[in-house]
Write a protein that binds this ligand. Sequence first.
Ligand code: HSE
Length: 432
Amino acid sequence: MEEDKLKIGLLGLGVVGSGVPMILKEHAEKIAQVTGMDISVKTALVRDENEKARQAEKFDIELTTDIDDILNDAEIQVVVELMGKVEPAKTYIEEALKRGKHVVTANKDLLAQHGGKLVQLAQENHCDLYYEASVAGGIPILRTIANSLAADNINKILGIVNGTTNYMLTKMVSEGLSYETALSQAQALGFAESDPTNDVDGIDAAYKMIILSQFGFGMNINLDMVTIKGIRGLPIEDVKMAARLGYEIKLIGSAEKQGDSIYTEVGPMLVKREHPLAAVRDEFNAVFIDSSGVGESMYYGPGAGAKPTATSVVSDIITIAKNLRLGTTGHMFNSYKHKTKITPDNQVMAKYYLSLEAADQEGQFLKLAQIMTDANVGFDQLVQNQEKNESQTARIVVITHTVSKEQMAEVIKNIKATSGFKLLNVMKVLGD
Ligand code: HSE
């Protein structure tokens, strides 16, 4: 029996883009069997046809620099957007949906900022919109939350969802590299975005946590509702001190439910060496979920790269192919919805790591103890580096008891206002 044909229009033939025809070809037999369809890329939108001519020939793809060649082609039923950035990707996806084409995208920036509107547009046009590859590349995490954990109640999602910063932190911990050297290495290896600002400042991870929060808690949050801190300029002294105390510093995205509200945050956090997230090294990603039914589970794998990300993209294409055969297109990827509510600061609880420089004068410890006592914040650990540095200041590190974000803000404000102290760093300590 001859298989139905499913033709794809591909927007972007870069690293991930060229992985799509590669996976479709390499795994053709299995894909044809599970979908009952012969799936292929018909046309790819590129910036420069000459530059991509070899790939086009290899995979038998037509190239174009005109989006209308894809949008107006009735044979193309699925548009796969792998260009990145918001525009023109947003306009192209909107136009594709308006013409009744199903869409697959890996664009986290776009989904985190305009996902709600695109989902609505897909619904209005009875189209599928899938985006598994937008979070944690090759890890099938969105489908796992939407399908496999549909019966569960998720309490907390902790993610290492930025490979660039995880690679950098791994090198800083294991090889004592400085922040700058680690960043240059990550860029040379191609993990970082073309402009690594979004990686090192935590924005890329925040976009991914916004999408994870939609799936895990049904809430539509935006970037303003996420507390974001990156690893830019993270001092190697804090990395070493954390290691001395039994922790690894990781850039963690955390979304936690309390009652009917959530708190979402991205920042460098201290993770106990025994925690499964501490074992996630180099450019790898992981999403750790605490839920009422399953308990603790962790999903680990490559968060970027041509083949892993393209595999997720093709899994979305396969889902659409199955939906087309069954006549079930037009359902949402994530249908869980809950009223959005953000936990107030006085209810966001955590332990904190503080590092500060204290002038070499009497009574500094007493002053610090007073500041903490005034905010009702207790010490768990207090360490002072014995050796004074050139400026004759001592470096003090404190790990607090579990306190509220509001209490911590008061401590920070008072330390900054007290002479003889220079606050160097504040990081959350993940629960043991
Ligand atoms: N720059 C991203 C990262 C790529 O480092 O994880 C994958 O989204």
